[in-house]
Ligand binder design. Structure first.
Ligand SMILES: Nc1ncnc2c1ncn2[C@@H]1O[C@H](COP(=O)(O)OP(=O)(O)OP(=O)(O)O)[C@@H](O)[C@H]1O
Length: 235
């Protein structure tokens, strides 16, 4: 479970995140929408322990990130738009390296099972990541999440630039992980993806969570209207 309690971040005089309260249950996919600069990545970066909050708390499975940074990093996987891997290592070597960092050692067959579940073609495993497409890198990111037995997934515009087929495959895997109890926080500009993949949707504007909706309770047209009316509020 993920929890933000009055989570706030200032960069100098700028209030990037303004007293965010948020709970994401085990197995829930929560999509954060909002225009550029709304505070989505800031939220994710605090949960990941990349940046400290100015005040408030971020909790992962009841562990406060700022005081259990090492432990909480081992509970999470992060998939940004371009997954950061070692380009001169193969997909399998990257998987071994990153799961090793989290304390897991796997046989080749076990790692191949993770990449298979993530949808990576077996013939890609021993190729250098520098030759991988964006979608293939995402799949290695998913395989790392599986290998780390991540309890929470943080996705920052993960399907941006993916073709519709790759995007659809990605969504299917997230749904599958959700069925296994993984909590997911996804920042996206893709309203249709949020509607189809998210259980709940939050709309942020100027650092504030302005609206929360259940995706099964709104049509795509209603979501679009709500989004536009929120992000077009005057400064
Ligand atoms: N390291 C930083 N130093 C100063 N200001 C920052 C820093 N990181 C983010 N900000 C500011 O905080 C605000 C929120 O940024 P954030 O990246 O969280 O927005 P976002 O909703 O993820 O936007 P986008 O959709 O463009 O990714 C913005 O005004 C941004 O300029």
């Amino acid at each position: 479970m993920l929890k933000a309690e009055q989570l706030t971040k200032r960069f100098g005089d700028h209030l990037a995140l303004d007293h965010l309260d948020l709970t994401i249950e085990s197995g829930e996919v929560y999509c954060l929408l909002g225009s550029n600069g709304a505070g989505k990545s800031t939220t994710i970066n605090i949960f990941l322990g990349f940046i400290p909050a100015s005040s408030g708390r971020a909790l992962i499975d009841d562990l406060e990130v700022s005081v259990n940074n090492h432990a909480t990093r081992n509970l999470v996987a992060y998939i940004p738009e371009v997954v950061n891997l070692y380009p001169t290592l193969t997909g399998l070597e990257n998987l071994a390296f990153f799961s090793g960092l989290a304390g897991f050692r796997y046989s080749r067959a076990e790692m191949a099972a993770f990449t298979d579940t993530a949808g990576l073609q077996p013939e890609a495993l021993d190729k250098r990541v520098s030759s991988y497409s964006k979608g293939m890198r995402q799949k290695v990111g998913i395989a790392i999440a599986l290998a780390k037995q991540a309890r929470a997934l943080f996705l920052d515009e993960p399907t941006s630039g993916l073709d519709p087929h790759a995007s659809n495959e990605f969504a299917q895997i997230i749904t599958r992980l959700s069925g296994q109890g993984v909590s997911t926080l996804m920042a996206t500009h893709d309203l249709l993806m949020a509607k189809n993949l998210g259980h709940r949707i939050g709309i942020m504007h100027q650092g504030r969570l302005q609206q929360e909706l259940r995706s099964d309770a709104v049509s795509y047209a209603e979501l679009t209207d709500r989004y536009l009316s929120t992000v077009n509020q005057p400064v």
